[in-house]
Design a protein around this ligand. Structure first.
Ligand code: G3P
Length: 218
């Protein structure tokens, strides 16, 4: 499973890029709205810091408007992937964009049927939102597993991006459920490194080393 960063914050992207574990970024209008700069400034900066797919979402909700925005965004950098919500006009746009070799990430997916429709329209990526399903008392990771199984069973080409990840347990669960990609907030990525026994282990290695060094100097 590949790891993407789910953020529009360029500083977070730079830090995560330095750790060498991230190979893509997803953004959405809510994430972009948290930043001071315009999205037209942010998107090229993201593309300059990560060599991999960068999802940028359309705002238009009609076919022609989506195509216009999608072509503009895709024209900004070769790695831009267009994010479009799963809806009839959206999937119509996915089909047209796929014919133009513009990759689309179909977003706000909450059922296997929506994922099937997205795959049939030619989506390169499908993003089920597991945290938001958990929020309403369903089990998001089960949806991710079911979509991956459906894609495999029917030999479809789309990759599944587990999105709306809220904590490290979500990441390991979707890795075991077979997601192709998990897109994680920066805070969750930081938490994934942490284990109290790792911290204790490092502390002990260093203190043992210092004791030995001190004994040699005597
Ligand atoms: O990738 C989608 C994600 O940004 C949504 O997360 O936490 O707003 O449900 P959340």
């Amino acid at each position: 499973m590949k790891l993407y960063l789910d953020t529009a914050n360029v500083e977070e992207i730079k830090k995560a890029a330095n750790w060498g574990v991230i190979c893509g970024v997803t953004t959405n209008p809510s994430l972009a709205s948290k930043e001071d700069e315009s999205f037209e400034t942010i998107l090229p900066a993201i593309c300059n810091n990560i060599e991999g797919p960068i999802s940028a979402e359309v705002i238009a909700m009609d076919y022609e408007g989506m195509l216009k925005e999608a072509r503009e965004l895709a024209g900004m950098h070769k790695n831009v992937v267009i994010k479009i919500p799963v809806m009839p006009e959206g999937l119509r746009a996915v089909k047209t964009l796929a014919q133009e070799d513009i990759r689309v990430n179909v977003t706000l997916v909450f059922s296997v049927n929506q994922a099937l429709l997205a795959a049939r329209a030619g989506a390169s990526y499908i993003s089920p939102f597991l945290g938001r399903l958990d929020d309403i008392g369903q089990t998001g990771v089960e949806l991710v597993r079911d979509i991956v199984d459906m894609i495999d069973l029917h030999d479809l080409d789309s990759e599944v991006i587990a999105a709306s990840i809220r904590h490290p347990e979500h990441v390991q669960a979707v890795a075991l459920a077979g997601a192709h990609i998990a897109t994680v907030p920066f805070k969750v990525l930081e938490q994934m490194f942490k284990h109290p026994l790792t911290d204790l282990g490092i502390e002990k290695f260093l203190s043992d080393w210092e004791k030995k060094e001190a004994a040699h100097k005597k």
